[in-house]
Every structure is written in structure tokens, then in C-alpha cells.
Design a protein around this ligand. Structure first.
Ligand code: FAD
Length: 470
């Protein structure tokens, strides 16, 4: 039995606590936010005060991989999510409208989902969740490699454990406070956009649009995304370049409504619902990777980084929770080596890099193309189709995935982290179909369906109240 101290009661911390406790370990979760999870999805979304999670009221989807991990580790939580109104949605567009499908994701508002997870952790024997407990530092003993033995809270209390898990999310920097000479520098790549979200409730008699059409579209200078959610709600999100002088205008609800009505992709959703609440906006969005081990081995032992603390990826792909759950599952399964803290640190770092690092690295490649596309769109230009062979293959795959079931299913399973990019590219049938589709022709220019840049500036150039800065 290991005594584990988890910093942060978000997606990574709560799932780690559950998965570890169910293997017989004792877990204390220290969460800085004071409020506990309210009952009921609407109350959780409307009233749960979560300043420690700035993205809490932004659109979230819960990819197939997160469902797979819950099936394996906590099927009762999956059932509770469904009872709380979360909806099963197919991973593949080719399953839309079918009653039964094997690979599925969950549709829910983030706080409605998280409240179910939190209540499960609160009830779990072996887990204690302490709300209003802010960790300000780590307690260590010196050695060839320093060992973390616990954490310090803001009121001076020390909470000790055999392992400290920093699951403090996107802004945690606890390891920096140790001043470790071998701590690798974080790797940071900006996503280059701000993220805006508004939630809606379906009008009586209305249902969400069929899910056999794409849930995201690009206008060059912007992208729009639609998210089915729980309890007859859905949300729409828009990304705009951090360089876009119009980016704050969309926080004005009137401008927002005009914009989503002008884009066919979002209009078919917006017409079915009424907006609930303000337009939320979030900036400082990045791909970020922090490791505790470098080429000379771990800089510290007795400490692991979990979830966003270890790696953050472009939120438009919706990978964060799945990566956090997979990370938590690996942590819980690997605790048999905890008596050898050095070996544990090395193996956990290597597993993370091998199995989760791939999603971080492929994201950076995809995002560099996305940044170029947004910059062209901002100048009012149409982005050039990619010419380098790999980007061409991937663009061809996306193009074909809408029509070809084999390719569509393969790409869908990769997008939901159920197979790796290497597995997808190793599928000869998929690659052969894409190569045949591409032939020697240049790729067709991307279809941009919505207001062009000048029209957007026209409809956004209105002053008025702005709301919902998060
Ligand atoms: C705009 C946006 C949209 C996103 N959309 C999606 C999506 O569609 N699908 C998806 O899977 N992922 C999405 N993500 C990513 C997802 O939100 C994160 O990956 C996920 O929440 C990571 O879980 P975590 O536990 O690491 O961090 P969090 O869930 O942020 O939890 C961190 C917790 O630590 C607490 N904490 C921090 N510091 C301390 C401290 N010192 N002491 C005590 N407690 C502390 C915080 O209060 C918080 O509760 C999105 C992210 C953003 C920014």
C-alpha cells in the first residue's frame, strides 16, 4: 500500500486517485478550489466555482480513449456520467444515426462531467479529497538525486507521502521551486489562437444536427467547432489568431450571434438552440511539455507530473482528458515499482514519452501548418494546399475520410487516440486508398464556407458590451 499525495483535483488528479485507490493505495487529493461538486449537471455547470480551471466553461469533448480507460478502470463512473445526461456519440461519422456502435466518445459539458468524477472520488474508500488546500511547495530530502517526501500547504501544514503527483494543471510550476540543476526546460509552442465558446440549450422539439457531417470547419482566418453535450445542451467555439485585431469583438454577444449565423457550419446548430450565458474567451493556449528526467536521468524522484502538468496539446483536438486518463491508468498500474523510486521515475518518464509524447509531437507538426493557414487567412489570402509528401498524404486522408468508410473509420479511431499515427499509417489499405485518391494531381484548395475576411470585418466591426472573460 502506497501513500499518495495528489496536487490538484481536476481530471488527472481525480482519475489518478480513483484508479490508485482501487488498487489498494491510499490517496489524499489536495485541491485549491474551495467549492465541492454540486449535484446535477446544470447546477454543476452554472454554479460550480472553479477558478483553478480557466477552461472549465469552454467546450469539451471526451474522446474514445477516455471512455476506453473508464470502461477498464471505473465502469461505474461511465454509468454515472450517462445517468447524469452525458451522451454516447460515435467515433466514426459512418456510425452516425446507427443505434449500436463499438467505438464511442462522450458528449458533456466539462463541469457536468467533472462533477460526476469528483463525487466518485469523494465516495471512494481510500481517497480523501481536501478542498481549499493550496499547495505552495514541495518537501524534499537531499541525496544524489533529491527525493520529494511531501508537500507544503499555504498555511504551513506539511502533507507527507511515498509519492507526490503534481496534477495541478496548465499553470503548475511546483518543480521549479526546487531549483534542480538537472530539471529539463519546458518545451513550449504557442497555438497562436484565442478560444471563444458559447453554450446553448436545444429549443423544445429540436434535436442536435446529424453527426455525419464534420464538427469543425476552417474559414482560414478562423475555425469553428460544434460540440454536442449533456442534458439537451451544446456549445459552439471559434478560434481566431492572437494577432487578429478583431478577436475581442466576438465577445460581444450580438457580434457572436451575427457571426455564427453567417457561417453555415455553426448556423445549422445555432438555429436549434437558445444561448445560455456569455461568450467566454481564453488566451495563452499552447502545446507544452515538461519532463522531470533529462539525458542524465531524473532530476528528482518521489514526484511525477500528470496530465496537463506533463503535457498540454492544442485544445481544438480535444485530447487533454484522454491523455490525462491514460496517464493516470499507467501511474496506477506501475506502482509496484514504487519501492525503487529511481527506477519508478525513469520508467514512468519513458512510458510517458513513448506513449503520450507521440500526441504532443504530432500536434506540433499539425499546428505549424495551422499557424501558416491562419496567418494567410488574416491577410485575406487563401491558404496554399500542402506540397510536402507527408502533409499531402494527411490532407488527402482528411479529404477522402468524408466519403471512404475504411479511411474515415481509420482516421476517426486515430483522432480519438484509439490507435497511434504509426498504426494508421501502417494500415496498407488506408494508405493505398489515399495514394490512389491523390494520384499526381495537386490537392484541391481548401473549401472555405462562410464569410470571407472582409465580410467578417464588416460584421464584427460593431462596438457593444463584452462579456465572459475567462
Ligand atoms: C479551451 C480549452 C478547451 C479544451 N477542450 C478539451 C476537450 O474538448 N477535450 C479534452 O479532452 N480536453 C480539452 N482541454 C484540455 C483539458 O481541459 C485538460 O487537458 C484537462 O483538464 C487536464 O486535466 P488536469 O487534471 O491535468 O488539469 P485540470 O483539469 O486543469 O486540473 C488542475 C487542478 O489542479 C488544481 N490546482 C492547481 N494548482 C494547485 C495547487 N498549487 N494546489 C492545489 N490545487 C491546485 C486546480 O484548481 C485544478 O482543479 C481543453 C483545454 C482548453 C484550454
Amino acid at each position: 500500500m502506497t501513500r499518495i499525495v495528489v496536487v490538484g483535483g481536476g481530471m488527472a488528479g481525480l482519475s489518478a486517485a480513483l484508479f490508485c485507490a482501487r488498487r489498494g493505495h491510499r490517496v489524499t487529493v489536495l485541491e485549491r478550489d474551495v467549492a465541492t461538486a454540486p449535484d446535477g449537471p446544470d447546477t454543476a455547470f452554472d454554479a460550480w466555482h472553479r477558478p483553478g480551471v480557466p477552461q472549465a466553461r469552454h467546450s469539451h469533448k471526451f474522446l474514445g480513449r477516455s471512455c476506453r480507460v473508464l470502461e477498464q478502470e471505473a465502469p461505474d463512473v461511465l454509468d454515472a456520467l450517462l445517468r447524469a445526461g452525458a451522451a454516447r456519440v460515435p467515433v466514426s461519422r459512418f456510425d452516425a444515426g446507427r443505434g449500436e456502435f463499438t467505438d464511442y466518445a462522450l458528449a458533456a459539458r466539462r463541469l457536468a462531467y467533472e462533477a460526476v468524477l469528483r463525487r466518485a472520488a469523494d465516495r471512494e474508500p481510500g481517497v480523501v479529497v481536501r478542498a481549499g488546500a493550496r499547495v505552495v511547495g514541495l518537501a524534499t530530502v537531499a541525496g544524489d538525486v533529491p527525493r520529494v517526501t511531501g508537500v507544503r500547504l499555504d498555511r504551513g501544514e506539511v502533507v507527507s507521502g511515498d509519492l507526490v503527483v503534481d496534477a495541478g494543471g496548465r499553470h503548475t510550476r511546483l518543480a521549479d521551486g526546487l531549483d534542480l540543476p538537472n530539471l529539463p526546460s519546458p518545451e513550449v509552442h504557442t497555438c497562436g489562437f484565442v478560444y471563444l465558446t458559447r453554450h446553448y440549450r436545444l429549443l423544445p422539439g429540436q434535436e442536435i444536427p446529424a453527426l455525419d457531417r464534420p464538427l469543425a470547419t476552417s474559414l482560414g482566418y478562423a475555425a469553428t467547432l460544434a460540440f454536442p453535450a449533456d442534458s439537451r445542451t451544446f456549445s459552439l467555439s471559434v478560434t481566431l489568431s492572437t494577432e487578429d485585431p478583431m478577436r475581442h469583438a466576438l465577445r460581444n454577444p450580438e457580434v457572436w450571434d451575427r457571426f455564427v449565423d453567417a457561417v453555415p457550419h455553426t448556423a445549422r446548430w445555432a438555429v436549434r438552440g437558445v444561448p445560455e450565458g456569455p461568450v467566454h474567451m481564453m488566451s495563452r493556449i499552447e502545446n507544452r511539455r515538461q519532463r522531470l528526467a533529462g539525458p542524465d536521468g531524473p532530476a528528482v524522484v518521489g514526484l511525477v507530473l500528470l496530465g496537463d502538468a506533463a503535457l498540454q496539446t492544442n485544445p481544438t483536438y480535444g485530447r487533454g482528458v484522454s491523455l490525462a486518463f491514460a496517464h493516470a491508468q499507467q501511474l496506477a498500474g506501475g506502482l509496484e515499482f514504487i519501492d525503487d523510486p529511481y527506477r519508478f521515475a525513469v520508467e514512468f518518464d519513458e512510458w510517458t514519452e513513448r506513449n503520450l509524447g507521440v500526441w504532443y509531437r504530432t500536434q506540433i507538426v499539425a499546428d505549424s501548418a495551422g499557424l501558416a493557414r491562419m496567418a494567410a487567412g488574416l491577410r485575406g489570402e487563401r491558404p496554399d494546399p500542402p506540397t510536402d509528401p507527408f502533409a499531402r498524404l494527411m490532407a488527402g486522408m482528411e479529404d477522402l475520410a468524408a466519403r471512404d468508410e475504411v479511411v474515415g473509420r481509420g482516421l476517426g479511431r486515430m483522432a480519438h487516440l484509439l490507435i497511434t499515427p504509426t498504426q494508421l499509417l501502417g494500415d496498407r489499405e488506408v494508405v493505398q486508398r489515399v495514394v490512389a485518391h491523390l494520384g499526381d494531381r495537386p490537392l484541391p484548395a481548401e473549401q472555405l464556407d462562410g464569410p470571407d475576411r472582409a465580410e467578417f470585418e464588416g460584421l464584427a466591426g460593431v462596438s457593444g458590451p463584452m462579456t465572459g472573460v475567462s
